[in-house]
Design a binder for this molecule. Sequence first.
Ligand code: ATP
Ligand code: MG
Length: 388
Amino acid sequence: MNEMILLKLGELVLKGLNRRAFEDKLQANIYRRLNHLGQFRVYTRQSTTYVEPMTDSCDMDGAWEALKKVFGIVGLSRARACEKDKDAILAAARGYLDNQLRAARTFKVETKRADKTFPMTSIQLSQYVGGELHELYDNLSVDVHHPELTVHVEIRDYAAFVHADPEPGAGGLPVGINGRAVSLLSGGIDSPVASYMIAKRGVALEMVHFFSYPYTSNEARDKVLELARLLTPYCGRMVVHVVPFTAIQEELRRSCPPELFTLVMRRFMMRISTQVARRIGAKALVTGECLGQVASQTMEAMTVTGAVTGLPVLRPVVGMDKEDIVQISRKIGTFETSILPYEDCCTVFTPKHPRLRPTLEELEAAEAPLDIEAMVQAAVDGIERVQV
Ligand code: ATP
Ligand code: MG
């Protein structure tokens, strides 16, 4: 094994979250994400986590890409291992970082020495390697304060490592450290981004999708499952609860004032999602609602839809512009799937003139003839759980 990946952990200074729990959760998540890429050893020393391949068949490129999407990591570097000898270290630096050494104008060498039996001090080794590299590359001059490239050398117990500056990681907190939530996943642009943002705060997610066959097609359902799948590199594997929603929508079309249809429907979504949350021990709901984006996303509308759940409704994109949401969706790779043109149940039976400033009394009056409990129960009983 001549290569490994070093990870810098984020937000360890957070109050209330203990460092050990953070590291343990992150380590477990890393093992899970690397599971299909080979056998790795993962361990943490002094807020650096080391990911070491155990066999030559480990997919290091795959591991690198996977680790870039793991929340809780702020920086990553790939490191070359070599013998603990000053000339072997120099050769490793030249071989491994040649491109970067050619491209930079200024550089320095920084050495960390965990193995105190190594015959040179950190400063001596940095000076030796730096001096030799300076001779070898005409383009380079030394700048210890603001170098374009830092060549990092680490002398550890069993080997030395050479690496360049870290690349940015996904940031955030390890998924699971802040409990679990249910995310309402439609086929749109916003809810996958909202899910990503809450997962980034360390929350494990299960998805709920409301499916109105035949008003919405199987392609629409597959699209939502694909969106969930696209989120798994960030959120981890998850369950998508596909809720049969046709009967409720048809009942509401029959018995509801059209201008309140969407809001009553959304209150059912919240009730059903709350039931799912209870079942799985989730402590919040997540939606992709954005203030003022559509009629059902006014503050009054959020009041009446939030009123049917005792759980907090997390709306991470509530204050964002559409362009900013789109930018994240492109970055995380959900955009192209989100814009596939399939109907969502929210666009089925939508009224021409939805109520923008609803009151709770109006909604309760509209729902009075309904057997809410039975309708919710039937939908919950019909849930299909899909593991992605
Ligand atoms: P999105 O882009 O996420 O679809 P949107 O701007 O289209 O959002 P709405 O259709 O009003 O807005 O939906 C608001 C939120 O309600 C969504 O972000 C999502 O969290 C939830 N939602 C809407 N439709 C569904 C559905 N069929 N299944 C699950 N959740 C849904
Ligand atoms: Mg939508």
